[in-house]
Design a protein around this ligand. Structure first.
Ligand SMILES: CC(C)(COP(=O)(O)OP(=O)(O)OC[C@H]1O[C@@H](n2cnc3c(N)ncnc32)[C@H](O)[C@@H]1OP(=O)(O)O)[C@@H](O)C(=O)NCCC(=O)NCCS
Length: 154
């Protein structure tokens, strides 16, 4: 049976995160929204710069000793309506050939534990409607839909 190990991410893991994130960000783009690979790369670099500048939690998952995925969580982004503190998952990704092995579920478990240790009352994130894998993952972990981000094509 495959062994999943979760450990803190280090600066030596940043290149892995950047490569994997850039390869998978397209899964968060709705089919009807125009996007281009160069813009997605820039968007992911912007996201990483933003996250690394904030108090954040960075975890790496290894599957049988090989890096399989990561999660980046920000701890300084309160709920915009109530200003209640929350852990906000900025991005999580798992290598395509290592999926459905429980890696993301394990990353999520550790992320939740770290947020509880910091006495965060909530954990939140945004997910694209069409991203069925991510929606199922979070729903099966007990997340509920709180708000909807609406968009209209002009
Ligand atoms: C979403 C993602 C992180 C899931 O990673 P994973 O390691 O394959 O997920 P797990 O194996 O831990 O799956 C846990 C549960 O999530 C759900 N799930 C995961 N992938 C799924 C898929 N492709 N289809 C339907 N449900 C899925 C299932 O309920 C699964 O439990 P099960 O395998 O017992 O049925 C991965 O598909 C990914 O990296 N996608 C691209 C990046 C992304 O969309 N990130 C989310 C934005 S924050």
């Amino acid at each position: 049976m495959s062994e999943i190990r979760i450990r803190p991410g280090t600066s030596g893991d940043r290149e892995f995160v950047e490569h994997l994130g850039k390869r998978t960000l397209v899964d968060s783009v709705a089919a009807w929204r125009h996007s281009s690979p160069p813009m997605l790369d820039i968007a992911f670099e912007r996201l990483l710069t933003f996250v690394y500048d904030q108090p954040h939690h960075f975890l790496i998952a290894e599957l049988d000793g090989k890096r399989a995925g990561f999660v980046l969580t920000i701890h300084s982004l309160p709920d915009e309506v109530t200003l209640a503190p929350q852990a906000f998952i900025a991005y999580m990704s798992v290598e395509p050939d290592m999926r459905r092995a429980g890696v993301a579920a394990e990353l999520l478990k550790h992320t939740e534990r770290a947020a509880r240790d910091l006495a965060m009352p909530y954990i939140a994130l945004m997910v694209t409607e069409e991203n069925e894998a991510a929606r199922n993952l979070y729903e099966s972990a007990g997340f509920i839909t709180e708000r909807r981000l609406l968009c209209k094509i002009l």
